[in-house]
Design a protein around this ligand. Structure first.
Ligand code: MN
Length: 258
């Protein structure tokens, strides 16, 4: 058998399961609203252009409207000023998009505190138990937030102070960017940074450090509870938008089953 033949056989007989980590795209998919005067990304919308009718007697088709940063999507370096000399989404090296994934679980912490922040010590404690983060791998941070992913109001969880969703301390963002050899970080929330990340120093530290160090981000992930802490493989498939600062992406995981 070849290596790919072995993989196909394992998928066929169920010893490798494919898990979809992508939020469904509907009119209810949460999208970001930025404060004035900043324009916000377009929410997802489906516009019917034919439906087996006079517009298309034997076909049906839609146009889609969506922002680069709407729904489950990839953030690439040029999204942030610190990565402005970096790659656009069409230039993302493909080996960065398929790699080992580890899952760090902060569901209990985020349930107790919507503003929960992951620290360096949290991640070092995980590493003491499970080993270093894999080179060219993805750190997927489970917070349970995906349960709200078709309820924009609850997902965004905003009040007059801003959004209240979990994220990372600036020190942790810097450490992930500078002290690990990962491809990137995936989260369940709408953005890589905490809801209150705009009030940190630097502002939006995950964007600032990760994208400035040629690392990537994925947001609005689902089904992380179905992945093991180590051993899964993630497949990230953004659209190759030339000049794109990110892209909606289908994100899949391969998991070995006994
Ligand atoms: Mn984004």
């Amino acid at each position: 058998m070849t290596q790919l033949g072995d993989l196909i056989a394992a998928i066929s007989n169920g010893t490798v399961e494919i898990i979809d980590l992508t939020n469904k795209l509907t009119a209810n998919t949460p999208s970001l609203t930025l404060p004035d005067p900043f324009p916000s990304p377009a929410p997802f919308a489906l516009e019917e252009i034919a439906h087996y009718d006079e517009r298309g007697p034997v076909w049906r088709a839609n146009d889609i409207h969506i922002g680069e940063h709407t729904g489950t999507h990839l953030d690439v370096p040029i999204h942030w000023i610190t990565g402005r000399q970096g790659r656009d989404v069409s230039q993302t090296p493909l080996p960065r998009l398929i790699g080992p994934a580890v899952v760090v679980d902060f569901t209990a912490e985020a349930a107790a505190d919507s503003d929960f922040l992951v620290t360096v010590d949290h991640l070092k404690a995980w590493q003491a138990e499970h080993g270093d983060f894999p080179e060219n791998g993805w750190v997927l941070v489970r917070t349970g937030w995906a349960v709200h992913s078709q309820n924009a109001e609850r997902f965004i969880n905003a009040d007059s102070e801003g959004m209240h969703t979990p994220g990372f301390t600036p020190e942790c963002a810097c450490w992930l960017a500078e002290e690990t050899r990962i491809s990137g970080v995936g989260v369940e929330t709408m953005g890589l940074d905490a809801g209150l990340g705009h009030s940190m120093d630097p502002e939006m530290p995950m964007h600032w450090y990760l994208l400035g160090h040629d690392k990537y981000g994925i947001t609005s992930l689902q089904n992380l509870d179905r992945l093991p802490a180590t051993g899964a493989v993630i497949v990230v498939a953004p659209l190759p938008i030339v000049g794109g600062t990110g892209s909606p992406a289908r994100v899949l995981a391969l998991v070995e089953r006994d």
